[in-house]
Design a protein around this ligand. Structure first.
Ligand code: CA
Length: 130
């Protein structure tokens, strides 16, 4: 699935973009959509819906791109609390993960390269999704 869901993110990264905190009467105009790239190619995720979010994840003062995804891997049911495991076996959850694209550019001209998954200890953090 091409990450067309990320297109509205450019709105948040564009200089002079209207604030989301503007009053209810303010006219909000979105910038034209663009395809976000990492390493010079459009960002693509595994099967499923992408959930983009822009925030300064690493605290360096430049906003990064986070993308939640899920898809073709079943969630390991044994990770769930025991009281939820039986129900989870019947519904076959997919494994949801969070990609972190650190911004090597600026807020005005973001530059994304490789991504890393959010980690929990020695493994990728994940959660069950439907
Ligand atoms: Ca950052």
């Amino acid at each position: 699935m091409m990450l067309s869901a990320l297109l509205p993110c450019i709105f948040l990264l564009s200089p002079g973009a209207p604030s989301l905190l503007a009053g209810a009467d303010a006219e909000i105009v979105f910038a034209p959509p663009v395809r976000l790239e990492a390493n010079g190619v459009p960002i693509d995720v595994t099967i499923g819906h992408a959930a983009p979010y822009v925030i300064d994840f690493d605290g360096d003062g430049v906003r990064d791109l986070l993308v939640g995804e899920f898809g073709d891997v079943d969630f390991p049911v044994e990770r769930l609390p025991k009281r939820l495991q039986e129900a989870a076996k019947k519904s076959s959850y997919s494994q949801g993960k969070l990609r972190i694209y650190r911004n090597h550019g600026s807020d005005e001209q973001p530059l994304f390269k490789d991504f890393e998954y959010l980690r929990a200890g020695r493994e990728d953090a994940s959660m069950p999704t439907t």
